[in-house]
Design a protein around this ligand. Structure first.
Ligand code: KG4
Ligand code: ZN
Length: 340
C-alpha cells in the first residue's frame, strides 16, 4: 500500500491506496472552524493544527484499513506549493516515517495531485486515463488549464492575478459571508430567482491576444456593486441571491470563454477528455455547465467526486502512482512554498 500525506493549506489529510490506485482510506481533518473567526487561513494556526492532527490521523488510517506498518511500501507527501510551515509539518513527518520504515518517499506537486484526481476510482472501479487530456485546475490558489500527455504536464494558461477560489472567498468576506466563500456563494446563488441584468459584470479581455485568466477586475467590480446596492449577508435576501448568482456566473463565464479559446488551438490528436479539479469543481452549477459544454462538443468531461475536489491525501498518493517515480531517498525531499 501507499500512504499519502497532505498538509499544504488548511486540511490535514492522510490516505492509504492500493498499488492499483484504489482508495482504502481517505481521512480529512478540516481546520475551517479554527480559521473562520479570522475570515481566512492563518498560516501559524494551520501549522500547529497539522502538527496536532497528523500522527493521530496516520494511526487511525492504518486502523481503519486493518493494516499495519509492514503493509506500507511507500509514502507520498505534498512538497509544495503551499504554506511553508504547513508543508514542513507533512514533509518532516513523512521523512521520519519513511526513514524509520526504510521505504521510499515521493514528493508530490500539489497541483499534479489535483490534475490527476478526476481519474481516482468512482464507486470502487478505476477510471481509465486517456493518453492525452485537458486539465482545468480551479482552486483557492490556482486557476490554470494544462495539456497532459502521459505523465507530462504543460501549462497552457494561468491567472494573472487572483485565483478563482480566492475571488469567491474575498468577495464573500466583503459581504459578510463566512469562510470559505465558495460554498456560501453557491448556496445563496441557488436561492431565489436571480435577475441576471441587475448586476452587470464585464468579461475581461487583454489588449494583446491572450488566453490567461484574470479575476481582479471581477473582484473589484463585485465589491463596487456590493457597496452601491448594499449587498450583505444580513441584508435583503433577494438582493443577496441575485448578486451571488450573477457574480458566480461571471466567474464561470470566463472559464468557458478561455476553454473555448484553448480548444481549437490544440493540435491532433485532440485530447479525448477534459478533467476538472480543485475546490471550485465541487460547485454544482459549474458541474452542470461543464457537462453541457462537453455534451455540445462530444467531449467526455471528468470531475472527481466532491470529496476529492477539495484538498485530500488520496489525490496525492494517486499522483505519485501515476508518475511512477517511487524510489526517493526520504532525506532528499524538501518542502517548497512555490514551485516554478
Ligand atoms: O482545492 P482547495 O481545497 O484548496 C486549494 O488548493 O486552494 O480549494 C479551496 C477553494 C476555496 O477558495 C473555496 O471557496 C473553493 O475552493 N470552493 C468552492 C466550492 N467549494 C469550495 N467554490 C465554489 N463553489 C463551491 N461549492
Ligand atoms: Zn488544493
Amino acid at each position: 500500500m501507499i500512504l499519502g500525506i497532505e498538509t499544504s493549506c488548511d486540511e490535514t489529510s492522510v490516505a492509504l491506496l492500493e498499488r492499483d490506485g484504489s482508495v482504502r482510506v481517505n481521512l480529512i481533518a478540516s481546520q475551517i472552524e479554527r480559521h473562520q473567526p479570522f475570515g481566512g487561513v492563518v498560516p501559524e494556526i494551520a501549522s500547529r493544527e497539522h502538527l496536532q492532527h497528523l500522527f493521530p490521523l496516520v494511526t487511525r488510517a492504518l486502523r481503519d484499513a486493518g493494516a499495519g506498518w509492514n503493509d506500507v511500501e511507500r509514502i507520498a507527501v505534498t512538497a509544495g506549493p503551499g504554506l511553508i510551515g504547513a508543508l514542513l509539518v507533512g514533509v518532516a513527518g513523512a521523512q521520519g516515517l519513511a526513514y524509520g520504515l526504510g521505504i521510499p518517499l515521493t514528493p508530490v506537486n500539489h497541483l499534479e495531485g489535483h490534475i490527476f484526481s478526476p481519474y481516482l476510482q468512482r464507486e470502487g472501479a478505476s477510471i481509465p486515463r486517456p493518453e492525452r487530456f485537458l486539465s482545468l485546475v480551479i482552486s483557492g490558489g490556482h486557476s490554470s488549464i494544462y495539456d497532459v500527455r502521459g505523465g507530462s504536464v504543460t501549462m497552457l494558461n494561468r491567472t494573472r492575478d487572483d485565483a478563482i477560489g480566492e475571488t469567491f472567498d474575498k468577495v464573500a468576506k466583503f459581504i459578510g459571508l463566512p469562510y470559505p466563500g465558495g460554498p456560501q456563494i453557491e448556496k445563496h446563488a441557488r436561492e431565489g430567482r436571480a435577475d441576471p441584468k441587475r448586476f452587470p459584470f464585464p468579461m475581461p479581455h487583454f489588449k494583446e491576444a491572450s488566453i490567461d485568466f484574470s479575476y481582479s477586475g471581477i473582484k473589484a467590480g463585485a465589491i463596487r456593486l456590493a457597496r452601491e446596492h448594499h449587498v450583505s449577508a444580513t441584508g435583503d435576501p433577494g438582493v443577496l441571491a441575485d448578486f451571488c448568482a450573477t457574480f458566480q456566473d461571471a466567474l464561470f463565464d470566463q472559464l468557458f470563454d478561455r476553454l473555448d479559446a484553448v480548444w481549437p488551438r490544440l493540435g491532433a490528436p485532440m485530447p479525448a477528455e477534459v478533467a476538472v479539479a480543485g475546490g471550485v469543481a465541487a460547485n454544482g452549477i459549474l458541474r452542470e455547465r461543464m457537462a453541457a459544454w462537453g455534451a455540445a462538443r462530444g467531449v467526455t468531461v471528468r470531475i472527481p467526486e466532491k470529496r476529492y475536489c477539495t484538498d485530500n491525501a488520496a489525490m496525492i498518493a494517486f499522483a505519485a502512482l501515476q508518475k511512477g517515480d517511487g524510489a526517493g531517498d526520504p532525506r532528499r525531499v524538501t518542502a517548497r512554498s512555490r514551485i516554478a
